[in-house]
Design a protein around this ligand. Structure first.
Ligand code: G1P
Length: 281
């Protein structure tokens, strides 16, 4: 049986320039979908999947993320005194309280692989999850829970994947597939952001990973790849010989909240599921 995963890394050091001016002072992960910031959806998804220790890899100007996961004692007392029970519950009893949240700093923006590497001391020699909060996934059970189920059978590295249009491969890590049962695909190669002509398939990694700690050995080498960045995909490709790698198609809907259209669509899809909003609330 595969070793239980209890830790997760959230790379949240990006600048969010695509959402300026909204992100001039607000971290992009704090942008709300309906009334909850993106980062909170990711933390809740991780908790549902059994993760209780989390590391956020941040950058200067991102202290709102730390504040969001700290108790707001004055606000709680205010809401309590006013009898605002629903609002109070949203920041206290219904709020995610993982056993531990740590914060690590990514000194330089050297890429996703480097951001994950910055969390190595918190992870140690254990399998771990990585969640990119820009990718918001509407799914029951949650995306990471579905991956944990698959991981029990496969072990090794497991990522969430979806089929993308041929002209979009250059935005993603793409799998070179050796076996595929329509749900679970085993990869023999991985390419970060290939042009459509070079893409070995259209099966793209979306921002959820269950990884073995061996990936740190490759990230340690700080090899740069696509876009001059240290790519997580390249480090994972380097582990393929010794570690099985599977992509799982998720039963659910993924929104690319790093793009304006994806973000708007996510708001409308999540609002549609909220019974309290159907009366125009
Ligand atoms: C990152 C990864 C890429 C993955 C994507 C999913 O790219 O490098 O492999 O497919 O996330 O959202 P980024 O979106 O940071 O450019």
């Amino acid at each position: 049986m595969a070793k239980t995963v209890t830790k997760a890394v959230f790379p949240v050091a990006g600048l969010g320039t695509r959402f300026l001016p909204a992100t001039k002072v607000l971290p992009k992960e704090m942008l709300p979908v309906v009334d909850k910031p993106l980062i909170q959806y990711a933390v809740e998804e991780a908790m549902e999947a059994g993760i209780d220790e989390m590391v956020m890899v941040t950058a200067p100007g991102k202290s709102a993320l730390e504040d969001h996961f700290s108790p707001a004692v004055e606000l709680e007392s205010f809401l309590e005194a006013r009898g605002k029970t629903e609002a109070l519950a949203s920041i206290r009893d219904d709020f995610p309280h993982p056993k531990k949240i740590s914060f690590a700093r990514q000194g330089d923006p050297l890429g996703l692989g480097h951001a994950v590497w910055c969390a190595r001391d918190f992870i140690g020699n254990e399998p771990f999850a990585v969640l990119l909060p820009d990718d918001l996934i509407q799914a029951t059970p949650g995306c990471l829970s579905q991956m944990m189920d698959a991981y029990q059978g496969t072990g090794g590295n497991v990522v969430a994947v979806e089929e993308v249009a041929a002209d979009l491969t250059s935005r993603y890590g793409i799998l070179d597939v050796t076996e595929d049962d329509g749900r679970l695909a085993r990869a023999k190669g991985l390419v970060e952001k290939p042009s459509p002509d070079d893409a070995p398939s259209r099966l793209a990694i979306i921002g959820r990973y269950i990884l073995q700690p061996e990936v740190f050995e490759h990230l340690d080498k700080k090899v740069t790849g696509a876009g001059g960045e240290i790519q997580l995909t390249d480090a994972l490709a380097a582990t393929l010989e010794g570690t099985p790698f599977h992509g799982l198609r998720i039963d659910g809907r993924r929104f690319d909240c790093g793009s304006k259209m994806g973000f708007v669509e996510a708001n409308s899809a999540f609002a549609a599921e909220r019974s309290d909003l159907h009366g125009g609330g």
